[in-house]
Design a protein around this ligand. Structure first.
Ligand SMILES: *Cc1c(COP(=O)(O)O)cnc(C)c1O
Ligand SMILES: [Zn+2]
Length: 443
């Protein structure tokens, strides 16, 4: 078991964490994962529950010995795998027999061809919604947690934990229940009821912290550095390098579902920015492995105006992200000090994409637009991506003639409040035909 030395600051900068190495078991089997490497200086470390470089405090990410050989063979092997993220086990930091272990088995969610929405937005190419509300706990977080659970197993942790804006707490609770871990998760005290219930129902410990997400995250950093946190695997802190890799499966699935083709444009929500950076990593890997044609693609980031540190930096041409105090209905994206913000800026600029934001009113309108046109009820994060897509098309930034994939990362049932005030029965009538006729509903 690794003991982290005390982080002195916010993990969002990664600079507060002092990495300890050499305490992980010598023979950690995480499949093709070979080491952790620093995203800033390239220094390598053995696989272990560490997240910041001992040399420069940069964030660590998983490095691989990826399978070589015939891409067609690999595609076949993937196609023969299970209908969940474990079909991509050869590309993930998990043991080869991962599919036989107790897991909530997320992934392989629907890629919906959104022709009605396309018509409404003036898209002449093809528009798709990658609908991750179909995961076991109804958000994309099941993907990242499933990978972190395998790392927690490998490192001998007994308690699973996280700092969460809501969805992650539910995903950890469910995954821990299935995989046989104790769980204790931390959330801001004022979350939506749907998310609180979802996080509590799996029977683990759920702790509301009096503060916002950034306060929760800071608290968790302190706990990791303290003997009180020994034996605890924080999926998005000391297991963050592994956790992040789960988002690559979104890239893999989208390309496989498009017939092993890259989309031209992809619109991704930003909270910490991890998902967006790992989708890019996943697309790059598919190109390197020869599973898709090497051609340009553009990645667009989407934020809520009430928590838009990354889009603000993008528009100002800055390389650094200035923290903000969140105030938005898109609580799952309300991270004011996003750890991967600078990397998101790099990717948006390198690929020719952009980062844009929409206000709460536009988020609600976009939730309703998606529901009305495609029968998909998105949570506020989906309102953010659909709203930003609409805005970017209207601004001529997104090309309507190309293949575009928009992520819906969560389920509208978790954020009912966002639309509850402005939706409801169109009529309430007595149970007789006269009343029905009078209400003018026939036709
Ligand atoms: C966590 C989350 C995201 C993205 O989070 P990142 O920290 O940027 O990886 C997106 N949508 C929903 C619904 C989420 O819960
Ligand atoms: Zn480094």
């Amino acid at each position: 078991m690794a003991v982290q030395t005390a982080p002195t600051g916010d993990t969002n900068s990664a600079a507060g964490a002092t990495a300890t190495t050499g305490s992980a078991p010598a023979s950690v089997d995480l499949g093709p994962a070979s080491a952790l490497s620093c995203r800033e200086c390239g220094q390598r470390f053995p696989l272990g529950p560490i997240f910041a470089c001992a040399e420069c405090f940069g964030p660590l990410e998983v490095a691989y010995d990826l399978p070589g050989g015939d891409p067609e063979e690999l595609k076949k092997r993937i196609a023969e795998g299970p209908d969940n993220i474990w079909r991509y086990a050869p590309l993930l930091p998990v043991p080869a027999d991962v599919a036989t272990k107790p897991s909530i088995n997320p992934g392989f969610t629907k890629l919906v061809k959104a022709d009605n929405l396309a018509r409404e937005l003036g898209v002449t190419g093809s528009l798709h919604i990658k609908d991750d509300s179909g995961n076991p706990t109804h958000s994309f977080k099941d993907r990242v947690v499933a990978i972190a659970v395998e790392a927690a197993r490998a490192f001998g942790f007994t308690t699973l934990s996280c700092s969460s804006t809501g969805n992650l707490a539910g995903a950890v609770g469910a995954a821990a229940a299935r995989a046989g871990f104790r769980s204790c998760v931390f959330i801001p005290h004022d979350l939506e009821q749907g998310k609180v219930v979802m996080a509590a129902v799996y029977g683990g410990e759920l702790v509301g912290i009096e503060g916002n997400y950034d306060d929760v995250n800071r608290f968790c950093s302190e706990l990791i550095g303290d003997p009180l946190g020994e034996g605890w695997g924080f999926v998005n802190v000391n297991l963050r390098p592994y956790y992040g890799e789960g988002s690559k499966t979104l890239a893999y699935e989208i390309c496989e579902q498009l017939g092993w083709r890259l989309p031209d444009q992809i619109v991704v929500p930003i909270a910490s920015g991890s998902q967006l950076t790992k989708i890019d990593k996943g697309l790059q890997e598919l190109i390197k492995l020869g599973l898709v044609e090497d051609k340009p693609y553009k990645i667009f980031g989407a934020q809520a105006k009430g928590c838009s540190p990354v889009s603000t930096a993008f528009k100002a041409g800055h390389d650094v992200v200035r923290p903000q105090k969140p105030d938005t209905i898109a609580k799952s994206l309300a991270i004011g000090n996003p750890a991967d913000g600078p990397y998101v800026l790099d990717i948006a600029r390198r690929t020719g994409g952009a980062v844009e934001d929409v206000d709460d009113e536009q988020i609600v309108a976009a939730i309703k637009l998606l529901a009305r046109t495609e029968g998909i009820f998105a949570e506020t994060a989906g309102g953010v991506t659909v709203g930003v897509t609409k805005k970017l098309i209207e601004a001529g930034v997104l090309d309507p003639a190309l293949t575009t994939v928009v992520l819906n990362t969560g389920d509208g049932l978790k954020t009912l409040d966002a639309v509850a005030e402005t939706t409801g029965p169109t009529a309430t009538i007595r149970p007789d035909l006269d009343a029905f006729r009078t209400a003018g509903l026939a036709g």
